[in-house]
Each structure stands twice: as C-alpha cells, then as structure tokens.
Design a protein around this ligand. Structure first.
Ligand code: ADP
Ligand code: MG
Length: 234
C-alpha cells in the first residue's frame, strides 16, 4: 500500500494524535506499536475511515480515507469478535455479503466457505459463536473481513482477549494470509509477531510517531521511549 499521512491531529477532550506525518510506499504489513493510550487505535480507526480526524489528512492508495469508495474497500477486525451471536459463523459472513454487497445467497455461501477454509474453520461453519473457542471466533471475524475482498485489512489487538495458545493459533493464521494479496495494518503487543509479519513498524508514544523503520528497529531502538517500551514488553 501507499500511505500518506499529512499533519494529522485528533482531539477528544484532550489531544490524542499530535501532528502526524509519514509517507510510505510498497508496504504490505504495517505494525503499530506503543504503550496503552499512545493513540494506536485512534490512528487505526482514522486510517480505516471509521473515524474522522479533527485535522489533517490520510491518503491511502490515492484515496482520501474519508471517501466512501475507500471505506467499502477495507476490512476491520476488532479486539473482541463482534459476530452476531444468533447466527452461525457461516451465516455471519453470508449476511454481510448478501445485505451490504448484494451478492446472491449461493455465491455468498461459496465465498464464505472458501474464506472459512483459509482460516481452517470449514468444520465449524455451522456453529454459533458461543459454541466455538475465542480463537475460532476471532478467526471467523478475520474470514468475514476477507470475504468482502478488501485491499486492506486493519486489525486492532486481535488477540488481546485470548490465552497464549489461542493467540498463537490466531497469529499463525494471519501469517498464512501473507500471500493473500491483501495489505495489513495492525496493532498488537506480541512483538515476536510484529518481527515476523511486519515489513514496517511505527512506534507511537503520547500521540506522536517517535520511531519508524523495518522490524529491526525493535532490536536496536534509537529513541529512549522505544528502548523503554522494548525493555517492558520483552
Ligand atoms: P491506544 O490504542 O494506543 O491504547 P487510543 O487511541 O485508544 O490508544 O487512545 C488514545 C487516548 O485517547 C487515550 O487517552 C484514550 O483514553 C483516549 N480516547 C480514545 N478513544 C476515546 C473516545 N472515544 N473518547 C474520549 N477519549 C478517547
Ligand atoms: Mg488500542
């Protein structure tokens, strides 16, 4: 993806993003890292078009992220899966396709099953979210995000509610999507995953971008803030 963030600031009652600027090209997996409250989720929501910034601009692949056309072309996976509890994993996906994308039921079922298979969930397709593990439900959310065939998938701490085994399971299935042709922007506290999966890392602290570069910046941090952060997460 091509990313251009220009003078981006965002204020709730206090300023949470402060004059961010960054230009990137040809990145496929961008990891956002930093302590809680540093502004990662806010930046991710703005980049995905879910939230309008107070000031400044984000242009991704030539589109202003506020454009409707752009917003139809991104998927989002949240901290907690937000599947409909009364629908099977399969129906959670077909519903989105038939209602919001006007795909015919039969075609929608094909697309959904295909994506459930990519996340190794084909044998769970007819179960309700409460009858599968948290990791499987989160993988179903990823399958749902993939099903609309977006160019970019945003993930905000997709494993923060999972135990270490399920975390590993979900993160490996994301790694398996490396060659899916999608681009990813993700927030996580699992630094081993950032090192394996990201081709670019943005470290945020107190609403600012403090350090950026390849994943190797996590091993050789230059700024005091990233040094301190890495000494805490290791
Ligand atoms: P992170 O994801 O790095 O933990 P966030 O972007 O969630 O950071 O939050 C940055 C700051 O903005 C925090 O101080 C948080 O309390 C505040 N904040 C986030 N969302 C809202 C909101 N909807 N209303 C008011 N304050 C918010
Ligand atoms: Mg967050």
């Amino acid at each position: 993806m091509k990313l251009d963030i220009q003078n981006l600031s965002h204020t709730y009652d206090i300023e949470v993003l402060n004059e961010l600027n960054i230009q990137l090209e040809n990145k496929k997996a961008i990891g956002l890292v930093g302590v809680s409250g540093s502004g990662k989720s806010t930046l991710l929501r703005i980049m995905s078009g879910l939230e309008k910034p107070t000031s400044g601009k984000v242009i991704i692949n030539g589109f202003d992220v506020q454009d409707k056309a752009y917003r139809k072309n991104v998927g989002f996976v949240f901290q907690h899966h937000n599947l409909f509890p009364h629908l099977s994993l399969l129906d959670n996906i077909t519903l989105v396709l038939t209602k919001t994308r006007h795909v015919e039921k039969e075609k929608a079922t094909d697309i959904a099953l295909n994506n459930l298979r990519k996340l190794s969930l084909e044998d769970q397709a007819h179960k309700l979210p409460k009858h599968v593990s948290g990791g499987q439900a989160q993988r179903a959310s990823i399958a749902r995000a993939l099903s609309i065939n977006p160019d970019i998938i945003f993930l905000d701490e997709p494993t923060s509610s999972l135990d270490p085994i399920l975390t590993h399971e979900v993160l490996s299935s994301i790694e398996n999507l490396r060659d899916s042709g999608k681009d990813f922007v993700f927030v996580t506290h699992v630094m081993s995953f950032v090192k394996d999966f990201a081709d670019f890392v943005i470290f945020m602290d107190q609403g600012k971008i403090v350090e950026t570069g390849g994943p190797e910046i996590l091993d050789t941090p230059k700024s005091e803030a990233l040094q301190l952060f890495m000494s805490k997460v290791r």
